[in-house]
Design a protein around this ligand. Structure first.
Ligand code: NAP
Length: 486
């Protein structure tokens, strides 16, 4: 039997790309290249550098099981520390030799006769691959609203995901637009030194109070360093334990869900005593419906004398500020867009042309759709890691990325052994999976009447509504009935 080495291209060096590269390396593959459009690894942790950036998932849960870090400086680590962690992991495992930074992929084209992909970069280079693995992430295309008059504004407009480190914010009049996890963090960070901080919110968010700046005690670091076996075991179990708690709360109604929701209401009641302000800060949907925000400082920041909550809709930018629907002109120096991401682009705007000339834009005209997060009908020998329906709202992304990569490896091994040249998921299997998703989505908290970036173009919720056991089962062994191979 032939033993050949598949040429593999991984697109993206964020959480998904690093987990995939590590898994391929561990599985004995040598001919793989990671193409990353950024100047360093880390994905969102490379691109996002705004003041106050913190991961609201505890660090011992938000790390790779294969690279546990003992000495996180805080329970909820800063963006900088997480970016550095990703860099260290890549160095530690020698993945740099496979990495091409500052390399943006603009097109993928499948050649049916040769069963290969041509990968084209913005610099005009091309690579030939037997398999392409898209690890392009979810939250990486900043969404900039089209507000009239933006081009006439005389001050600075900056999106949080493209922060300018030279921007001076102290002593300035700052508007922050948007109140997701990002808006809340950036308001808390900028308010203390701003001359004035205006927070423009279109729909309020529930916020769970948490001591986000809590340090990791030295004794914990010493214990984890001194007992590496225990540390590894804890690092494997903790993300799964945390995930199963969250899955239980968000996917089915129960007293546990109600308890967390009550805690969100209490967090608001206790911290904001002014009934008028509290009314403005009270959402008209259930806590946990949108991506839940955690903060230990926002309510304090917004009630500070130099801060103001603006709930009237934005009508336009003027040369000196922002006008709202009540006719008020709010004069500002800096507008911070914490307006989120085009969350369902995945590998787009890349041009992806699969079998028989089918394009990804056509295949996804009604929104992103894949089989078990990883395979797309019409696109043979192409997989996604943390693709559509990934569990961004419930299960550890590091765990899911590694599991998906190991699933893909099973196909790569069959190619290596010469058993297959081409593998493509069927339409039927993809339809069946999506029908299961739709049914399981019914009792989830995401489906209780709010609007969020979880919803894709066709109104479906782009999340994983199942538990970890289902995730494990679905990504255990590829089901040959669900694929067409040649
Ligand atoms: P987001 O949750 O999508 O929030 C965007 C905000 O911008 C919303 O409040 C939205 O209002 C508002 N907005 C959008 N267009 C607007 C317009 N034209 N006028 C006024 N307001 C407008 O984005 P995000 O805060 O960047 O967070 C995205 C995700 O990134 C999070 O949910 C989370 O998964 C992740 N994240 C995680 C962390 C972390 O600590 N782990 C930190 C930051 C981000 P509406 O709600 O009314 O649409």
């Amino acid at each position: 039997m032939n033993n050949r080495h598949p040429r593999i291209v991984i697109i993206g060096a964020g959480v998904a790309g690093i987990a995939t590269a590590y898994t391929l390396q561990q599985s004995g593959f040598t001919d793989f290249t990671i193409l990353e459009k950024g100047g360093d690894v880390g994905g969102v942790w490379h691109w996002n550098r705004y003041p106050g950036l913190t991961c609201d998932v505890p660090s011992h849960i938000y790390q790779f099981a294969f690279a546990p870090k003992a000495d996180w400086s805080r329970i909820w680590a800063s963006g900088n520390e997480i970016a550095q962690y990703h860099r260290e992991v890549v160095t530690q495992f020698g993945l740099d030799q496979h990495l091409q930074l500052n390399t943006e992929v603009i097109a993928l084209r499948y050649h049916q006769d040769e069963h290969t992909w041509t990968v084209s970069t913005a610099a005009g280079d091309t690579l030939t691959a037997d398999f392409v693995i898209c690890a392009t992430g979810v939250l990486h295309h900043p969404f900039t609203p089209d507000i009239p008059g933006m081009d006439t504004f005389g001050g600075t407009i900056v999106h949080t995901a493209r922060w300018d480190p030279e921007l001076v914010t102290a002593g300035r009049r700052i508007a922050v637009i948007g109140t997701g996890s990002t808006g809340v963090q950036v308001v808390s960070a900028l308010q203390p030194r701003a001359r004035k901080l205006l927070h423009f919110t279109r729909s309020p968010q529930w916020m769970l109070w948490a001591p986000m700046r809590l340090p990791q005690f030295g004794a914990v670091t010493a214990l984890l360093r001194g007992l590496p076996t225990l540390h590894r075991a804890v690092s494997k179990r903790l993300p799964l334990w945390g995930s199963s708690l969250l899955v239980d709360i968000v996917t089915k109604p129960s007293w546990r869900r109600r308890l967390v929701q009550e805690y969100a209401r209490l967090s608001l009641r206790v911290q904001v005593r002014d009934p008028q302000l509290r009314a403005k800060l009270t959402p008209d949907y259930q806590p946990l419906c949108k991506r839940q925000v955690l903060s230990g400082s926002y309510y304090r920041a917004i009630t500070a004398p130099n801060a103001q909550l603006v709930t009237a809709g934005i009508t336009e930018f003027t040369p000196t500020g922002i006008r709202t629907a009540d006719g008020m002109l709010h004069e500002i120096d800096i507008a911070v867009l914490a307006t989120g991401f085009a969350a369902h682009n995945y590998m787009r705007p890349m041009s992806v042309v699969g079998r028989d000339g089918i394009t990804l834009d056509d295949a996804w005209v009604k929104g992103p759709r894949a089989y078990r997060m990883t395979a797309i009908p019409g696109f043979p020998n192409l997989f996604t890691v943390l693709g559509p329906n990934s569990p961004t709202g419930s299960i550890s992304l590091q765990y899911t990325a590694e599991l998906t990569a190991r699933y893909i490896v099973k196909w790569l091994k069959r190619f290596e052994r010469g058993e297959i040249d081409e593998v493509e998921v069927t339409e039927e299997a993809t339809d069946e999976f999506n029908a299961q998703v739709a049914e399981a989505m019914e009792p989830t908290v995401w489906n209780t009447g709010c609007n969020s970036w979880y919803f894709s173009e066709d109104g479906t919720i782009d999340l994983w509504p199942f538990d970890i056991a289902t995730l494990d089962r679905m990504l255990d062994e590829p089901d040959p009935v669900h694929y067409r191979v040649s």
